[in-house]
Design a protein around this ligand. Structure first.
Ligand code: C2E
Ligand code: MG
Ligand code: MG
Ligand code: MG
Length: 277
């Protein structure tokens, strides 16, 4: 009987595994289709200058408008895009879509100081971002200076090559931010070698404001000041978190306390102000 039991357990695990493989395969197919059928959309989350409280820009965040499941967050699909290499094409779409959108806002007379775009490690390594951004701008340079590329520390494995890529991008006029700062392993040792403008303190430090995380945040702020880079705190949800960061002299902030990421339409209506007729 126990042999039978073992056998049925095995069959159970096999079919579970098979189901997982099939599900994963289906997801890959669906994601390919999502790109072709233009099911990806960008949401925008506003950012603020902490000291002046002024609106200072936005981060573009991808969503998948799934035909059955509705709006899905990147946590559900971004890893698969990376693993399959689809992130290259999707990343290209993101950059072109952001530039198109910012141009449209500019031509409507809206003022948007800055727009952050996430770039995944694989994209940073494999994609010719310089060429892509240059081409997408087609000789217009008003918008390029507003672009802020958010790259994680994990993309900086090959330091020499990373510095080279970042330096060329900086020549284009874009800003560079280190995203999810403090969660990687190389943070402190390489920070001064990277031509970056800004670090984003990872949400995890803000969300659980105990003595340890407060120390880490203070250390990041001190270091950033010494290196003359700006600091954005992400994931601010409470007044207490806001007050702490303000007291410690953090430059910018974003989080649900101010606003969740919004659809293009909602963001435009809520946060963009006309500067001219
Ligand atoms: P991230 O770049 O660190 O983006 C910040 C994430 O924190 C976003 O999640 C945002 O919705 C969330 N967030 C902001 N404020 C709060 C808050 O107060 N509380 C909480 N709980 N969350 C907050 P989202 O949109 O789900 O994106 C997750 C990650 O997916 C991003 O993390 C980024 O790494 C990646 N991602 C998003 N869009 C793109 C994209 O276009 N390209 C690439 N390569 N990655 C992207
Ligand atoms: Mg980001
Ligand atoms: Mg982040
Ligand atoms: Mg994060």
């Amino acid at each position: 009987a126990s042999k039978e039991k073992g056998k049925s357990k095995l069959v159970f695990y096999q079919s579970k595994l098979l189901a997982e493989v099939e599900e994963r395969f289906q997801l890959e197919q669906d994601l390919k289709e999502a790109l072709e059928k233009k099911q990806f959309v960008l949401y925008y989350q506003p950012q603020f200058n902490l000291q002046t409280k002024a609106f200072s820009g936005a981060e573009a965040l991808i969503r998948w408008n799934h035909p059955q499941k509705g709006i899905l967050p990147p946590g559900v699909f971004i890893d698969v895009l990376e693993e399959t290499g689809l992130i290259i094409d999707v990343g290209e779409w993101v950059i072109c879509e952001v530039i198109k959108t910012v141009r449209a806002w500019e031509s409507k007379g809206y003022y948007l100081p800055r727009i952050s775009i996430n770039v995944s490690s694989r994209q940073f390594e494999k994609q010719n971002l310089y060429k892509l951004i240059k081409q997408a701008n087609q000789g217009e340079h008003t918008c390029i200076r507003k672009i802020d590329l958010e790259i994680t520390e994990s993309a900086m494995i090959n330091l020499e090559k990373s510095v080279e890529t970042l330096t060329s991008l900086k020549k284009l006029g874009v800003n560079i931010s280190l995203d999810d700062f403090g969660t990687g392993y190389s943070s402190l040792s390489v920070l001064h070698q990277l031509p970056i403008d800004c670090v984003k303190i990872d949400r995890s430090f803000i969300q659980d404001l105990n003595q340890d995380s407060q120390n880490v945040i203070q250390m990041i702020l001190n270091l950033a000041k010494k290196l003359d880079v700006k600091v954005v705190a992400e994931g601010i949800e409470t007044k207490e978190q806001l007050d702490f960061l303000l007291k410690e002299g953090c430059d910018y902030a974003q989080g649900f306390y101010f606003s969740k990421p919004l659809s293009k339409q909602e963001f435009e209506e809520k946060w963009l102000i006309k500067t001219s007729g």
